[in-house]
Design a protein. Structure first.
Length: 1173
């Protein structure tokens, strides 16, 4: 610490405490002899604010201005425990005493936030006042030389100071040979009255030893008189201005203490009634009767203290602090279930999972703390993962934080050091470092030298899976060697990726000696199916008998008045945390009188300052120390857990004072501390304690604190900014800085999309939109919202579907905003979304509308130098043409889109538009070529589409190509093997990535495949389920085709009439929507199924349908559809004896083909021609 800061802090301590020993200064500030001498010279000779006392003490000899002028900028200090209190003038005041205290200084945190200190820090509090006076000092002055008398007074003061400080009393003033002392201000402690009386007894006892020396050296003996009084006072109000400012203590107790000492005999102690009551049975008293005291209304009951009462020989402990272990009252059944689960894990070696669900404060933490304590005694490994409320959309946040701690990374570590620590950490496990280090380094955002480890070439999906496997493997490896307790706390704040990992661990838990305990609030719905090894526990609120038992335990087995218990039960509603905190607050107040075996109420509850809520309970505790309260508030802004280096970076006070403030919070059991500063981490004991501290902040300072946190993170913690942009977004949001918050929410969403974390991306973008909606409207914000809405569409499509109400609402809002924003480039994503909406949700003749939108898009794209709009424009135009059955134009447009695509220039469009345009174009080009009659070329293109999708490593693009390209191509070829392989692939992806659209199509496909394999009953159920899901979701694109698929399943399963009804519906849909790419096949299928149904006059009707199919196929140049229908009609004619007509129909179509002769359709056609010949 710099010398100037040491000087400032010692000056302030000296001002507050009036006297410091050189020994204390050396210890507290780690000074050597030379530094101490320099400090002494500065204080005595230069600042002239201190005086030396016999080479052992420094005493205060300056003014408050000396202290304040010594402070460096930003070093102003205001910890209540060190603030000088009013200095009373006993002779001149009746009911109030005043002091010339230091002028009030704004607290450092308030200064930093720009808030101004109030002119008054006044508060009401119970205070015990002790007035100690040197007896017969006038007689002594006539016997002794003034210098000798001064030495005696100094020795007397030093002796008193020692015993006062021993009981943490505060010396407000030395007044000649009198000393005014406060117990309960500025630091409020339990049993202040008892502390005061004990201090007085020790002072009296010390006089005997002191008199031995004085009698020998000076020939005199001294004695003291002590008066002690307790009462409610108002302390701290500032009156006056400038150096005339004073802090007042208003109330009866100070004056009464001065009057009571006047009643005391030599070495006597006289106390008032309330002091005696509050000190309970700690002392023996002599009743001194009622007295009339000057300035005090009515007669005053007085008591003489004779001695410390100790009839057992054992010192009495502080009953208020007996609760140190987790309080487990009314939880016998729940703790029994946890113990049995752990015992089963130990004895049988089969893993168990226990879920603890309950509202905040219900006792989940107490239960698992009890289990952890028992496991710790057994020496078995345990691990706690805590989810964070700011990182609900940060993938694997608790896991990442765990491994960072496990690797023992430090902020000053460079990349090489971190890599070495990571290798050391992972080297303890069996998995090879060549596999685990690159994966773990990527997870922890650590760059790895390629000469040490090869770069990861996995797709995001593969990397995610392998990372999950690695983490799961490490967990199970630990559990294979010995029973292992793994706790996951607060899953209601867990990100989706963490939940997915937990799901994998749950599935594999029975394979090892692993007990997983998961806690969450009731609003969290477990996303995993029920298993035999999962035991759910729901923690309900305590019933009244259990609440009363908990109150009694906290009260230290002393009975509380019935009305107090009723008050606690009513106010807390059986929530253990509320019970615990409210009971402690009541016990710490002066509303109860300790009778030894029980507490008694001193008055009606309605008239006393009993906190009505836990918030008030917390603030009652925090308000005792202003600085501690401010530190708790600042910590609450940082979160449930915060690092010393963060709060130190925000606070303007020095490390010594900051650490003292944090220590007081830890001592008050508001915080837990792990490690030592500057590496310490602090955790709020309860989330509700953090919430209460946070909610106590006014909006303005709260926003300023959040701004400071965000700015500190940007300035000093770039790694956090890079790895955790959502944390910055949160703080800027709470700071009200809309622009910066939107920047980081957008960045966080983009990062999530790049990881295929669509659920997290949606949440980030929504937060950004909500910031804009809450701000005053402006063109600039409309532009920013338009960008966010268009980005939000992609992950919504992936997870909710194209026609989900939320997705549609985003489309509509983007369209609305586009009319407000004059930026042609931003029209492209809006037009794209309109195109998507009309394509998917075209239940109203919207396919032609999609072509109009696509052509508008393409027309605008042609005017841009950027080629990306051209890629997209040709792609969507061609897709609309495909849907309309204009396959030749679709082929041209798709080939043009592919030719324009450049990976470097256009790769980012994958994330902006939901899928990669080249991959999508290749997928549709493949099926278009097949329909046009080029099956071999189609197969090559589909293979290229899959390769490209794998190359770009984008999960939704892969699913899109598999579903709408690869499977459709196999379906069109009637290749059951390829169809089954493709469908299984994208169904797996859909499950892993939560892509419902692919699941619905996959169900229909699976039904069609099962039908071809002869499993007709299962096929019908599966296919119809998928079709129903599509309809419910409002998906109309491809609906005519999938209805054709399902009709095949129904017909094969012996339900041709239902199949025909479904085909009628499909053709009605075609007529309404003009989605005609499968129209020819629908007519053909209806003809085939009419024949199968064997209706009267079927031949004529079937022939008419086949001819309609041929007409449509020829108009669309759909050679594959033409071949298939020609074969159907030729087969029917052949059966009717029209072999020549059949051959003349089929042969020219077959002869047109130049490839694909190994496909099912061409093989069937060749076999039929041979048969007809």
């Amino acid at each position: 610490m710099k010398f100037s800061k040491v000087l400032a802090e010692v000056t302030w301590l000296l001002l507050c405490e009036r006297r410091l020993t050189y020994r204390r200064i050396r210890r507290e500030f780690n000074l050597d002899v030379a530094a101490l001498e320099d400090l002494r010279h500065e204080l005595i000779q230069v600042k002239r604010c201190a005086a030396d006392q016999g080479g052992e003490f420094l005493t205060w000899a300056g003014t408050a201005e000396n202290a304040q002028s010594t402070m460096a900028p930003g070093d102003s200090l205001q910890i209540s425990a060190l603030r000088p209190l009013a200095l009373p003038e006993v002779a001149s005041s009746k009911r109030g005493l005043k002091s010339n205290a230091a002028p009030a200084m704004a607290s450092p945190l308030a200064e930093r936030s720009g808030a101004k200190a109030s002119s008054s820090d006044a508060e009401r509090r119970p205070l015990t006042v002790m007035f100690c006076d040197l007896a017969d000092s006038t007689a002594l002055s006539t016997k002794l030389d003034p210098e000798d008398l001064q030495d005696i007074i100094r020795t007397y003061q030093e002796t008193c100071t020692h015993h006062i400080q021993e009981y943490e009393g505060f010396i407000a003033k030395f007044m000649g040979d009198g000393i005014l002392v406060y117990f309960g201000y500025p630091k409020s402690l339990e049993r202040n009255a008892e502390r005061a009386v004990r201090s007085a007894l020790d002072i009296v006892a010390a006089m005997a030893g002191l008199n031995q020396t004085l009698g020998r050296d000076k020939g005199v003996e001294i004695a003291v008189r002590v008066g002690i009084a307790t009462g409610m006072v108002m302390v701290g109000e500032i009156v006056g201005e400038g150096m005339a400012q004073e802090r007042t203590v208003i109330g009866e107790a100070p004056n009464m203490a001065a009057r009571l000492q006047g009643l005391a005999e030599r070495n006597g102690i006289v106390v008032g009634e309330l002091t005696r009551q509050l000190s309970g049975d700690a002392f023996d008293y002599e009743d001194l009767g009622l007295h009339e005291l000057k300035g005090i209304t009515g007669l005053v009951q007085t008591w003489g203290v004779t001695k410390l009462h100790d009839d057992t020989g054992v010192a009495r402990g502080d009953d208020h602090d007996v609760i140190t272990a987790p309080v487990l009252v009314g939880r016998d059944e729940e703790i029994g279930l946890l113990r049995r689960a752990w015992q089963s894990t130990n004895d049988e070696g089969r893993g168990q999972v226990v879920t603890l669900s309950g509202e905040a404060g219900i006792g989940k933490s107490s239960l698992i703390d009890g289990l952890k304590a028992e496991v710790r005694v057994e020496g078995k490994p345990q691990l706690t993962m805590r989810c964070s409320p700011y990182h609900t959309n940060s993938a694997l946040y608790p896991v990442i934080e765990h491994f960072r701690r496990l690797a023992r990374w430090r902020p000053e570590d460079d990349a090489a050091s971190r890599l070495a620590k990571l290798e050391a950490m992972l080297g303890r496990y069996a998995q090879p470092l060549t596999e685990t280090v690159p994966l773990m380094a990527s997870l922890l955002s650590l760059a790895v030298p390629e000469d040490r480890y090869p770069a990861l070439t996995l797709s995001p999906l593969q990397q995610k899976q392998q990372t999950q496997d690695m983490i799961t493997g490490i967990t199970l490896e630990v559990a294979e060697s010995q029973p292992f307790l793994q706790l996951w706390e607060d899953l209601h704040w867990a990100d989706p990726s963490t939940l997915e990992l937990i799901g994998l661990l749950i599935e594999q838990a029975p394979t090892a000696s692993l007990l997983m305990v998961l806690t969450a609030r009731p609003e969290f719905v477990l996303p995993w199916p029920s298993r035999s090894h999962i035991t759910p526990i729901t923690l309900n609120r305590l019933e009244r008998p259990h609440t009363e038992a908990l109150v009694a335990r906290i009260a230290g087995a002393k009975l509380l008045p019935e009305q107090v218990v009723d008050h606690i039960v009513t106010k807390t509603d059986g929530v253990p945390l509320y019970v615990e905190e409210l009971t402690k607050t009541i016990l710490a107040s002066n509303i109860l009188r300790d009778t030894g075996k029980s507490y008694e109420l001193n008055g009606p509850l309605s008239s006393l300052s009993i906190p009505d809520t836990l918030q008030e309970s917390l603030m009652a505790r925090l308000d005792r120390l202003l600085q501690v309260r401010e530190l708790a508030q600042l910590g609450s802004v940082l979160g449930r857990e915060f690092a010393y280096e963060m709060i130190s970076g925000l606070s303007a006070i020095g490390d010594t004072v900051l650490q003292e403030g944090l220590r007081q919070l830890v001592d008050a059991e508001l915080l837990y501390q792990r490690g030592r500063p500057p590496r310490a981490k602090y955790i709020f004991k309860h989330a509700l304690v953090k919430d209460a501290a946070y909610s106590s902040l006014l909006r303005r300072p709260r926003q300023q604190y959040h701004r400071q946190v965000a700015e500190l993170l940007e300035k000093s913690f770039p790694e956090t900014v890079e790895a955790d942009p959502e944390l910055l977004a949160h703080h800027y949001s709470e700071a009200g800085n809309v622009d910066r918050a939107i920047d980081y929410w957008q960045l966080a969403g983009q990062r999530a999309i790049e990881r295929s974390a669509n659920t997290e991306a949606i949440a980030h973008f929504k937060f950004g939109v909500s910031m804009i909606r809450a701000a005053p409207a402006s063109d600039a914000l409309a532009l920013r919202e338009l960008k966010l809405q268009t980005m939000l569409a992609g992950p919504l499509i992936a997870t909710e579907g194209y026609s989900a109400p939320e997705t549609v609402a985003v489309f509509e809002r983007a369209h609305e905003l586009s009319n407000q924003v004059n930026d042609p480039t931003l029209m492209f994503p809006v037009l794209y979304q309109q195109w998507v909406f009309n394509l998917i949700n075209h239940n109203g003749a919207r396919i032609p509308e999609t072509l109009r939108i696509a052509r508008q898009f393409l027309e605008m794209a042609e005017a841009q130098q950027d080629t990306l709009p051209k890629v997209l424009g040709h792609r969507i135009t061609a897709t609309s043409q495909y849907a309309l059955g204009d396959f030749a134009q679709a082929r041209t447009g798709l080939e043009t889109a592919i030719s324009y695509y450049d990976k470097e220039q256009h790769g980012h469009s994958t994330f902006e538009f939901g899928q990669n345009p080249k991959s999508a174009s290749l997928a549709f080009l493949g099926i278009t070529l097949h329909i046009l009659g080029y099956p071999d070329q189609a197969k090559k293109i589909e293979s290229a589409a899959l390769d490209h999708a794998k190359e770009i490593e984008h999960a939704y693009t892969t699913g899109y190509v598999r579903c709408f390209g690869d499977f459709c191509a196999a379906f069109f070829r009637r290749d059951i093997y390829d169809a089954e392989r493709s469908n299984a692939s994208f169904l797996k992806l859909a499950d892993e990535q939560n892509f419902p659209l692919f699941n619905w199509f996959g169900e229909i496909n699976a039904g069609w495949i099962l039908s071809k394999q002869g499993c007709h009953d299962e096929a019908i159920v599966t296919a119809q389920s998928g079709l129903e899901n599509l309809r419910k979701a409002g998906i109309f694109f491809l609906l005519p085709m999938v209805m054709g698929q399902v009709s095949e399943v129904l017909a094969a399963g012996g339900q041709p009439e239902k199949a025909l009804d479904l085909l009628d519906t499909a053709l009605e849909t075609v007529g309404r929507s003009e989605e005609r790419f499968f129209e020819a096949e629908l007519y053909r299928l209806k003809g085939e199924q009419l024949i199968l149904a064997n209706r009267p006059g079927v031949a004529e009707e079937a022939e008419k349908l086949f001819l309609q199919s041929l007409d449509v196929a020829r108009n669309q140049q759909a050679k594959s559809w033409e071949l298939r229908t020609a074969a159907s009609l030729a087969r029917m004619w052949g059966q009717q004896g029209k072999a020549d007509d059949a051959r003349d129909l089929l042969q020219p179509v077959y002869d047109w083909f130049t490839e694909g002769f190994d496909t099912a359709d061409l093989k069937d056609a060749k076999a039929l021609l041979d048969e007809l010949a």
